[in-house]
Design a protein around this ligand. Sequence first.
Ligand SMILES: [Zn+2]
Length: 293
Amino acid sequence: MPLVEGITYAHEHTTIDLSSLKHTEDTNLNCFEETVKEYKKLYEKGVRNVVDVTVRGMKRNPEYVQRVAEASGMNILQSTGWYQDKFLPEYIYEKSVEELAQMMIDDIQKGIDGTSIKAELIGEIGTSKNEMTERERKVFEAAVFAQKETGVPITTHTTLGTYGKEQVEFFKEQGADLSKIVIGHVDLTGDTQYVLDLLKEGVYVEFDTVGKENYMPDATRLEMLKSIEKAGYTDKVFLSMDITRRSHLEYKDGLGYSFLLDSFIPLLREGGLSEGFIQKMLVHNPRAFYPSY
Ligand SMILES: [Zn+2]
């Protein structure tokens, strides 16, 4: 469904399973009741939309996600595409760019994996740390092809924030519409100038790993956002937490989805970020970017 009025979490995974490579059951996030409980809690706090960026190779499960949406009241946008190299299926080698694009177009126009649930965005499509592998390049080419055909937005994964600039260069070369692209995980760079350079190209960016202090302190996220506001790029930033593990949820004593609203937003306010910028990131910017009612 298109975005509805209210707060949007721009980069989440309602259910995701990366345990085949990460070798821990913690990365098999399929806690239906607990997720519904947390989404309901978010709803009470004014969150109306979750952009679910789970793609092929992450055990995408469109019907499960729809059941969570129905049980929680949350509007959840679902996606198509493939993730970074390590999680790409063998057939990426064999299929042509056009064939891969067609698989995405079918998810968007007909329904994901033969269901009637249509994908409304592409991604997260990803690059590896400091490189775009040959197979990732193929996925990116196919994504641009599918975007031109359907007009849906593209959201990307950067590994620890690296290779964002190269992603933008790639999209420019391919003639993609940069105003329909959001570069993910840029907060993990800790590098404000880097993020400003991306914004100057006309893409959107995501501070989507809020609360992951072991990767980047939230205090750094605050400082980066202050500089972005000062530079006048408040219209192109989204927020999210990228919850992917059972241990990120409240029932396992993780931060839980509410942390962004209950702790991170107050940190931004105390740190001097304007209320206008905060509301743009939570509400207005995602609605300008994604199809909306
Ligand atoms: Zn990611």
